[in-house]
Design a protein around this ligand. Structure first.
Ligand code: PRP
Length: 213
């Protein structure tokens, strides 16, 4: 449901992307004091014309798809895993990391003909990666610290986010192959873009003009 009369509402992914997103909004000139001093509040004013909703990445997509938020800031990792009906309009350049296939150091993942087991928090991303290779794999969904799966011999490899590589390194694992680059993206509800076109396009322009190189 879209409401053309309310403030422009932007869903922000809590956590890693939050600081950079707030930094970007401040650079454009919006007062983000309420977000910086949010306490336990979840809907916060940013300047006079915007309100920000703080949510988990997957929920950012849900709120934008349903039009209860006009725009959202979310990682490409979540977009690739969930897909959905919205416009992805700007690569914000921060939150850079990658999806990678990884496993125990020194092992040849592609050796042998047995069906490999892949542990991941991202089953759709993993399935599509191996489908493109024409490779049949078994996928096991893990909720946290996927790196444990090869260490416990539950999986031959993982498909997971690698940022600095520290988690892999400290657990005797290594990247076998890069799957896809990731960064934060600005997404827009399809109806909002029509009924609040000027307002949204102005904000997109300001954001694009203020992105770090
Ligand atoms: C992610 C990912 C890796 C880690 C990689 O987990 O699942 O475990 O970051 O980062 P690194 O390459 O810099 O070591 P995150 O910390 O987001 O926690 P999560 O398990 O709750 O997703």
């Amino acid at each position: 449901m879209n409401n053309g009369n309310r403030k422009l509402r932007i869903a922000l992914t809590k956590g890693r992307l939050e600081k950079d997103t707030v930094g970007l909004l401040e650079k454009i000139g919006y007062d983000c004091t309420a977000v910086r001093e949010k306490g336990r509040r979840l809907i916060l004013p940013v300047g006079d014309s915007i309100e920000v909703v703080l949510a988990k990445a997957a929920d950012v997509i849900t709120y934008v798809e349903h039009g209860v938020c006009d725009m959202g800031v979310v990682g490409k990792d979540t977009i690739m895993e969930m897909s959905g009906k919205f416009f992805e309009v700007v690569d914000l350049g921060f939150g850079r990391c990658k999806f990678a296939l990884a496993g125990k150091k020194g092992e040849d993942f592609y050796q042998g003909y047995n069906v490999k087991t892949i542990a991941t928090k991202y089953p759709n991303v993993s399935r599509s990666f191996f489908e493109k290779k024409g490779m049949d794999v078994e996928i096991v969904k893990i909720e946290g610290s996927v790196e444990l799966a090869p260490l416990l011999n539950l999986a031959d490899a993982i498909v997971d986010i690698v940022e600095t590589g520290t988690t892999l390194r400290e657990n005797g694992l290594e990247v076998y192959e890069d799957v896809a680059p990731i960064s934060a993206r600005l997404i827009v509800n399809t109806v909002s873009l029509k009924i609040r076109q000027q307002e949204i396009e102005d904000l997109i322009k300001k954001i694009e003009d203020n992105l770090d190189e």
